[in-house]
Ligand binder design. Structure first.
Ligand code: SF4
Length: 325
């Protein structure tokens, strides 16, 4: 029987806006900018109040083009939402696309960690992103580099199963490994199976699972050991999740009651997860949005808040949010 620790982050997702100037080929999250209704701070406060146990506030936003007149207001909303999360004793983690140096630095003072998916390398991604100007490989890599230079603990990841080759996957992992060796800021790499849009969930087939397990094992070999490997548990058939852990996954990411990117895939209840994993020798433990290894990187005020929330998590009856199952 396997044994080990696997972490998760009790999380609530706020979407400052679904409006996005990109149009990625797989996206069911975005609405055109002119139709977007931004999330008011009052509505955000309500959502936080409804989820008192969610230590992490994932700010997941559509994007406004860098030089567009609406950019200033959009960015101000990200700052306000981050400040609101902190004021309510939570820890914001913003993932809002590429940011200028000044923007990223300003958010970094309020966010203990931030994120941006690399997604992948090669023509399959180029085709999906041909109407998504902020998704070029060069821009994404520059963002990861910028976060490293700023010393911001960072989450990135790959979107898998869009038609990429094994060689392209290896190339993407090698790029991440190089970034980590240079800056040391990559706290997590998400290995996210792409699921087709649609009303009904399409669970991973046995062949898709085998393919992902091989990739997880390869990623574990290529990436430095401090980088956590993460997969979203709702995208795996629950019974098969232990196989992903045995292959190298050691983190299940932020778990909210709903996955706003893949709403057709219900989140497992943390208690059900805990029991399943315990029966296979794994201990599921809650964590904050920033892994302990990177706490010493944080400005003093953020570090104090992280330590405070971590103490609360450790004292709460596990696991605290109880959505489905
Ligand atoms: S950048 Fe994100 S929100 Fe915008 S279209 Fe692409 S996947 Fe959707």
């Amino acid at each position: 029987m396997a044994s080990g620790l696997v972490t998760w982050s009790p999380s609530v997702t706020l979407v400052p806006t679904h409006g996005c100037f990109n149009a990625c080929g797989y996206c069911s999250f975005r609405v055109p900018l002119e139709q977007a209704v931004p999330l008011s701070l009052r509505a955000a406060t309500e959502q936080l109040r409804a989820r008192p146990a969610a230590a992490e506030v994932l700010l997941l936003s559509g994007e406004v083009a860098p030089n567009a007149p609406a950019r200033k207001e959009w960015f101000a909303r990200l700052l306000q939402s981050s400040a609101l999360a902190l004021a309510k004793g939570r820890l914001p983690h913003t993932n809002a696309g590429p940011l200028s140096l000044r923007e990223m630095a300003a958010l970094g003072r309020l966010n203990p960690s931030m994120g941006l998916m690399l997604e992948g390398v090669g023509p399959a991604y180029d085709a999906l992103h041909r109407h998504a100007p902020s998704k070029t490989l060069a821009i994404r890599l520059a963002q990861l580099e910028q976060a490293g230079r700023l010393g911001i603990p960072f989450t990135t990841g790959l979107l898998l199963g869009v038609g990429e080759t094994m060689a392209e996957r290896l190339q993407a992992l090698e790029l991440l490994a190089q970034l980590q060796r240079r800056w040391g800021h990559l706290q997590e790499v998400i290995l996210q199976p792409w699921r087709p849009d649609g009303e009904a969930a399409r669970p991973l087939t046995p062949a898709e699972q085998a393919d992902l397990l091989e990739l997880i094992a390869t990623a574990r070999q290529l990436l430095p050991p401090e980088v956590h490997l993460q997969t979203p548990p709702n995208l795996w058939p629950l019974e098969q999740l232990p196989a992903a852990l045995e292959a190298g996954i050691n983190d299940l990411g932020g778990i909210d009651t709903v996955d706003v990117i893949n709403p057709a895939y219900p989140q497992p209840a943390p208690e059900a997860l805990r029991q399943l994993l315990a029966s296979r020798g794994w201990r599921l433990v809650p964590r904050t949005c920033v892994h302990r290894h990177w706490w010493s990187w944080l400005p003093a005020d953020l570090r104090r808040r992280v330590e405070q929330r971590a103490r609360l998590l450790a004292s709460e009856p596990a696991p605290a949010n109880a959505p489905h199952l």
